[in-house]
Design a protein around this ligand. Sequence first.
Ligand code: F6P
Length: 342
Amino acid sequence: MRIAVLTGGGDCPGLNGAIRAVVRKCLALNYEVVGVKRGWLGLMKGDVEPMGAHSVSGILPLGGTILGTSRTNPFKEADGLARIEATLRDYRVDALIAIGGDDTLGVANALCKHGILTVGVPKTMDNDVALTDYCIGFDSAVSIVTDALDKLHTTASSHHRVMVVEVMGRDSGWVALVGGLAGGADWIMIPEVPASVEEACEHLRNRRGKGKDFSIIVVAEGVTPIDLSVTDDTSVDAFGHVRLDRRGVGEALGRRIEEITGFETRVTVLGHLQRGGSPTVFDRMLATRLGVAAVDCVKERKFGKMVALQCSQIATVELDDVISQSPRNVDPSLYELAAIFY
Ligand code: F6P
């Protein structure tokens, strides 16, 4: 048995732990394993190298991905499928493990329909892949957001300011909500719930009225408040996503809040810091468990599946179901929970 492993989409802490787990489990089973560079791009180009214990030695605490990644959609490239089939044939690959978010998993699922034996592993700091409670990278990202909010609290309180903190999250507000809750945010705006600047300002005035002379607002980059004009960048990536870092909802929101309330306001955009650094214990454990489980799937010839975490247990779900149900929205009860602390 020879297995290929790749990482696709945005990087995040924990990817290396998953690669390490795949390689180590393969070696334990006497399977051969090859690493594909830069996701689907490398698979199309034949950029593949053999991996052994030495390739993954010492990588568990490292952020990013030693294999590299890309946002390449092979079904949008000329002869993409044929080139992938050729690489898999040339390197005598029997099965492919794809570590990624819903775009990468969508390609893995489509490849399976073309007879390529695939297993998916969910990773995205957005945490919005369906049918898994957690994706690799999310816990590390929200830890960074929480740490940033702790730090921003002291400067906000010293200057009696409003601090707007923009975090990642295209379709779902997991990072904003969980990071905001853990970091004691005073108002959280997420894509799943209609947002209004007026409503936020009203809340800020109420807080001042109660003697709270500073406030922290967390906004997910994908939020479009009903009363704020935010322009989407027109350029899209290979999966049709617009660049949210260019629309600057945090900046626009901060400016408008200051205009409406007269409260001095500052804006922090956490950006790609949320995807950097060493993975948390939770992400290391999740990556290790999911990586091993993915190889177990191959061993049991369960293809077209994704390994998942459900109620603390490792589960196997259909990629078809994952793709049809993603992105996974935040649990509304968590949003209600956050409001108790505003
Ligand atoms: O896919 C996760 C994500 O972090 C999104 O929240 C964000 O919009 C996007 O990636 C940005 O990715 P990049 O700048 O790497 O293309």
